[in-house]
Ligand binder design. Structure first.
Ligand SMILES: *Cc1c(COP(=O)(O)O)cnc(C)c1O
Length: 471
């Protein structure tokens, strides 16, 4: 255990070295909370002008609180930053990655704000279509789309169906022919670049399920077959997605170079100009002080110079590009409000101990900590306290010792049953990955804006849970 910068007094805690001792344990860390989150006069957090104490009273806990202004401002900022940076080239489109979080209200915001929308299953497509999302601005992904999913996407007229394998070319072509439509398709190319957080690796081989391999020579063959099926397939462009929670543009640089190399081969060998290039999503967000995301403007400027330079070197006409941020739009917009139950001070041996704070949700509403070893942060949300901070571990109510929401954070040591705590940046891949483990109903998602609260996904009830049990 390292010595603490705050001195020996704090040496008996179990904090990891990256976690700074808080100057003020009640303060909101800049960059971590949605743009309208603040402390109200009574000490309770307020989001969109609504106190979390009122939210807890009205809809109960746990509850996911979505700051509508924050979500929409981020969506528009990506749209504008990339449009601006790519204007001197051939322009850029932003598709919100619906898998990060999707419901009818969100689909309508994304539509109103002029973005496209990515879906990757029949269920996500159904949400988008029911919300009235224009099909021509939908992109449909999936490494193993069913016949029914492809059929429905083509009937709806999705603007881009992203083909993920050689055999899917025949499949989509046959369904399109059967429906008498010409499917607008992109080919997802696996570049061998895989990015995670601050690092990326670029290998010759790939050992994963997505896309059509560039290194194996399948990619050029895929383009050839797609062009050969031109009566039922219209090749819109190429697609590449390199990973998630990425902080620098190095991975995009290598991926862009490789895909553009294919664009060049396609031009030279098949005489076809690729008009669109989708470079995927994956822009990182701040979950805690270890993360330093770039702004949309920095990303857009950085990637546009990469695309321009690579096209110049390959003597290519610059294609129109697209990006698919999910996490970077949805993540920071939402916080999860929990009620505190049992609090245990657990001895770790020697002078070390850890305060286990149990909340009324857990791995069923946020699996990311267990699944990805994610580090979240949290605050005492219903009040402030000047009691000295203690290192806590926020755990859920499920029957797993890995049921951890926040591995390490400081909270005032007087945190107790009945308190509210809030975990920021839970807008992406929390609700969308939520489960009913232990038959725990999923929480509601409430949108707050200008002092008003609106439930956009209601809480699951016991009746909902029992309704499927027909045996
Ligand atoms: C998951 C995914 C995204 C979104 O990733 P984020 O990390 O949420 O930005 C975009 N495109 C594709 C193809 C994906 O699979």
């Amino acid at each position: 255990m390292r010595a603490h910068e705050a001195g020996a007094l704090h040496g008996n805690d179990a904090s990891p070295s990256w976690l700074p001792y808080p100057a003020d344990v009640n303060a909101l860390l800049p960059g971590l909370w949605s743009q309208t989150t603040r402390r109200g006069a009574d000490g309770a957090l307020e989001v969109g002008g609504v106190s979390v104490a009122d939210i807890a009273r009205e809809v109960g806990t746990p509850a996911m609180i979505l700051d509508e202004a924050d979500f929409r401002a981020r969506a528009r900022r990506f749209r504008d930053a990339f449009a601006e940076a790519f204007r001197p080239l051939a322009g850029a489109d932003i598709y919100y990655a619906g898998k990060s979080f999707l419901c009818g209200a969100v689909a309508r915001w994304v539509d109103e704000d002029g973005l496209g929308l990515d879906v990757c299953t029949g269920g996500e497509l159904a949400v988008a279509l029911r919300a009235g999302f224009p099909a021509e601005r939908l992109a449909m992904h999936g490494n193993n789309k069913s016949e029914a999913e492809i059929r429905r996407a083509l009937q709806a007229g999705v603007g881009r169906l992203v083909i993920d394998s050689l055999d899917e070319i025949e499949q989509v072509s046959a369904i399109a022919a059967d429906l008498g439509v010409r499917a607008r398709v992109m080919l997802r190319i696996t570049t061998g670049v895989e990015a995670h957080t601050h690092e990326f690796i670029a290998t010759a081989h790939e050992d994963q399920k997505f896309g059509i391999s560039l290194s194996a020579g399948d990619a050029l063959e895929a383009v050839r077959r797609t062009l050969a099926a031109s009566s039922s397939l219209e090749l819109v462009g190429l697609h590449s997605h390199i990973g998630s929670q990425i902080f620098d543009v190095g991975g995009f640089e290598v991926a862009a170079r490789r895909v553009l190399g294919l664009v060049r081969e396609v031009r030279d060998e098949l005489g076809h100009e690729i008009a669109h290039l989708d470079l995927g999503g994956g822009f990182g967000v701040m979950y805690n002080t270890q993360h330093t995301p770039k702004s949309p403007e920095e990303l857009a400027t950085g990637i546009s110079s990469i695309v321009e330079k690579e096209c110049h070197e390959l003597d290519l006409t610059v294609p129109r590009v697209a990006f698919e941020p999910g996490r970077a739009i949805a993540g920071p917009s939402t916080q999860t409000l929990y009620g505190v139950g049992t609090v245990k001070d657990v001895a770790l041996g020697g002078p070390h101990h850890r305060l286990y704070v149990s909340v009324d949700g857990g791995m069923s509403d946020n699996i990311r900590t267990a699944l990805y070893d994610a580090d979240y942060s949290c605050l005492l949300a219903g009040r402030v306290s000047d009691v000295v901070p203690a290192v806590v571990r926020v755990v859920g109510k499920h029957c797993e010792s890995g049921d951890i929401v926040v591995k390490d954070e400081y909270l005032p040591a007087d945190v107790h049953r009945g308190d509210l705590i809030s975990v920021p940046v839970t807008g992406a891949y929390c609700y969308s990955l939520a489960s009913n483990y232990n038959h725990v109903p999923r929480p509601p998602v409430v949108a707050v804006r200008d002092g008003e609260l609106r439930t956009i996904v209601r809480r699951e009830t016991e009746d909902d849970l029992l309704a499927l049990d027909v045996g």
